[in-house]
Design a protein around this ligand. Sequence first.
Ligand code: G2I
Length: 461
Amino acid sequence: MSTALFRGSGGRRARSWAWTSLVTATVGALAAAGLVATAGTASAQSTLADAAESQGRYFGTAVASGRLGESDYVATLDREFNSVTAENSMKWESLQPSQGYFDFSAADRIVDHARGQGMAVRGHTLVWHSQLPGWVESLGTNDLRSAMNNHITEVMQHYQGDVDTWDVVNEAFQDGGSGARRDSVFQRRLGDGWIEEAFRTARSVDPNATLCYNDYNTDAWNSAKTQAVYDMVADFVSRGVPIDCVGFQAHFNSGNPVPNNYHETLQNFADLGVDVQITELDIAGSGESQAEQYGGVTQACLAVSRCTGITVWGVTDKYSWRSEDTPLLFDGDYNAKPAYHAVLETLGGSGGGGGGGGGDDTADCTVTYSETDRWGDRFNGQVTVRAGDSAIDSWSTTVTVHPPQKISATWNGDPSWDSSGDVMTMRSHGGLAAGGTTTFGFTVMANGNWTTPTLGSCTAS
Ligand code: G2I
């Protein structure tokens, strides 16, 4: 099971089918075990995706491929979102680490999961000065031009039919008051025409994809950077350069708050005849003040008919690129925060949050699985149990193995078994303080089946 390296295009389709059925089967098993919301339990508009859809929008999140093995992460992703963006896996350094060698494996995992769940995929990003492999930096003008066009071509062809929207060019303008283009290798070697060329190439490769220019600090209408991007888009539209959309990253904090005229900025761009999307939303803070700002951004999007959707830059605070700012909609235990409820309600939904958390004080706990060791015939699983906002006296949860697997040893808990021997109930030896954690572990004899055991929910008293 080594990492797949592919030269050139093609090959994705066949693998895609295999993955899709695997994903569907896994989700079916989780649903049967009550681990993911099923159609019967999730009423309309009690999730971000459903509420956004009722407003004719999508609601997306950035996804890190390495997190797709975590059951709470996946359950929250699948329940709440209907669009994903790869947080890092589709960047140039990930997809073409050395010239001519493409490694689509991590990005494929995200796309296969998303497509298996019927989600849309935003491609991020084809041409960006950052997370760019060293070999690109050292190319001369002609080679850089061909490398740029070749990268766009190979990547878009690989994901054609799966990725419907691309950030073709990311962050090409400088911060501050100059309104100038960023001094990147593309700008230095290819001159002003490189952005246009990237868009023309992208259109010729996949005429059906929505092509976006994406940037940050373009939120306040009167800032020099916003104006510079606006001028470029206006120029592209007037000359027929193929651009369909402008992405607003929307990374907000106290130094860069949501501007009062945010809606005006979105509307002015939309009036050029392009869609606008909020592509990497996160807002530092907590509680009601964070909630209010999230509600305001959501409202700004709803007020602009061409604002087609919102993507938040991650599922949970604990994996955010700036986790110390707690900028997302779910806390580290996947409890929905006030910000989540503000977004959901602004989208016309209610309830929601998956029933977990929501800031109440009743006894609860969560469980997370990880595999800690693997040998030729067996593996060790570890479950972390975490108490919610209140102390708990005891906890229990179930671990279901998949025949012919057998659990051969356990530690740090009191196990009991159902009649099939496949479902182990693990009970605590004692309690946990509010927010406290403990772990228990077990060895699974694989007997040829390496499927991850299924965790039940955590029960506290
Ligand atoms: O910086 C925030 C975002 C700004 N707009 C473009 C986005 O693509 C960008 O995303 C962030 C990711 O959220 C981070 O996860 O881009 C960063 C890189 O510029 C990402 O950070 C990288 C670290 O630099 C690496 O050291 C690390 O290995 O994340 C990698 C994976 O965790």
